[in-house]
Ligand binder design. Structure first.
Ligand SMILES: [Zn+2]
Length: 76
């Protein structure tokens, strides 16, 4: 499993992990451009370090994972 790093988005700290194409079998909607990320396309996954109120009852910020194109995350 790849290591995560901490980056900022909208003033919040997010854990970010690179996803290699071979580990990706589904398509996801990128919040940066609203386009689909194709299966097997390398991309990044980000989730808040501090869970929002919506998910603080159910567990962790991992429930709020979002998949981004790598270039969209860099330009967020
Ligand atoms: Zn995108």
């Amino acid at each position: 499993m790849a290591a995560t790093r901490i980056e900022l988005w909208r003033g919040e700290e997010y854990e970010v992990r690179d996803v290699t194409g071979s580990a990706s079998t589904k398509s996801y909607r990128c919040p940066g451009c609203q386009q689909l990320i194709r299966p097997a396309a390398p991309h990044v996954v980000a989730w808040p370090v501090v869970p929002s109120l919506l998910t603080s009852f159910t567990g962790s910020g991992v429930d709020e994972r979002r998949h981004w194109h790598t270039h969209c995350w860099k330009r967020r």
